[in-house]
Design a protein around this ligand. Structure first.
Ligand code: SF4
Ligand code: SF4
Length: 250
């Protein structure tokens, strides 16, 4: 018992103070991409040719964060002169077209829907549906329950049954085999309900885009309220999105 107490005392308080206090991520973390509008078009074309996700529009100097897997190839190819990744993890949006960006993003708080804040600002219960995800998006959602993030302190929890949920969080490219289960889970959630797409797979099909086995984009099946890009999105990206979109003040 004494050992347990001593250990607890030595460990101290480990929960992050984010969002009250900023968090600096490791410099190699790739967050919001920033495009240099003054870069030579040759560089843009080289990056577009190297991009495995066909996410770069070399004519208009834009990146589709819904497709991007944040592999860093474009930054390496251009030596940071066309694309450079910042450490900004607050990259979620409420409209899919906002994912196509030169690096500037609208303020998510300004696009939050007030009725969601009224309904779910104090208590938000979510059912996670892994629709053929690789388990990385799912793992980085799970980690929100650990003491460092402690999602439950904000009144947000993941629940086992869709009948107890206020909405669904979908990961994965939505394989044909998972489509029916996903739609049935959505139907089982009582109205009003929210739909959150997490990771480039659920946003656009991600690395599986073009396969006849998947659905390219959750929004083609369900009305999506919140898009969280990444492969996988950092837990802080998920946390920022949930707090900004659903909480009145954090
Ligand atoms: S970081 Fe994104 S845009 Fe750049 S090459 Fe990789 S997938 Fe393409
Ligand atoms: S978005 Fe990336 S990490 Fe998430 S399920 Fe798809 S491949 Fe895995």
């Amino acid at each position: 018992m004494l050992n347990t107490l001593r250990n607890r005392f030595e460990q101290g308080y480990r929960t992050t103070k984010y969002p009250q206090e900023k968090i600096e991520l490791w410099k190699r973390y790739r967050g919001r991409p920033q495009i240099n509008k003054d870069a030579q078009n040759d560089l843009a074309l080289a990056c577009a040719a190297a991009c495995p996700q066909d996410a770069i529009d070399a004519q208009n100097y834009l990146i589709d964060m819904g497709r991007c897997v944040f592999c860093g190839t474009c930054e390496r190819v251009s030596k940071g002169k066309f694309v450079a990744f910042s450490q900004d993890f607050e990259i979620s949006v409420s409209e899919k077209e906002h994912l196509i960006t030169d690096g500037s993003l609208p303020d998510l708080a300004a696009h939050a829907r007030e009725h969601f804040k009224k309904l779910f600002g104090r208590s938000l219960q979510l059912r996670q549906v892994s629709a053929a995800g690789c388990n990385a998006c799912e793992a980085d959602l799970n980690v929100l329950a650990t003491p460092f993030f402690d999602l439950a302190r904000f009144g947000i929890n993941f629940v086992a049954s869709p009948r107890h949920a206020d909405g669904i969080v979908v990961t994965g490219p939505i394989s044909r085999n998972m489509k029916t289960a996903l739609l049935q889970t959505y139907e089982a959630v009582p109205n009003p309900k929210v739909v959150i797409a997490v990771g480039c797979c659920s946003l656009t099909g991600g690395p599986f885009r073009g396969s006849p086995e998947i659905t390219e984009g959750l929004d083609s099946l369900l009305p999506v309220d919140l898009y969280i890009p990444g492969c996988p999105p950092h837990p802080l990206t998920n946390l920022h999105a949930l707090l900004t979109f659903f909480k009145s003040s954090t």
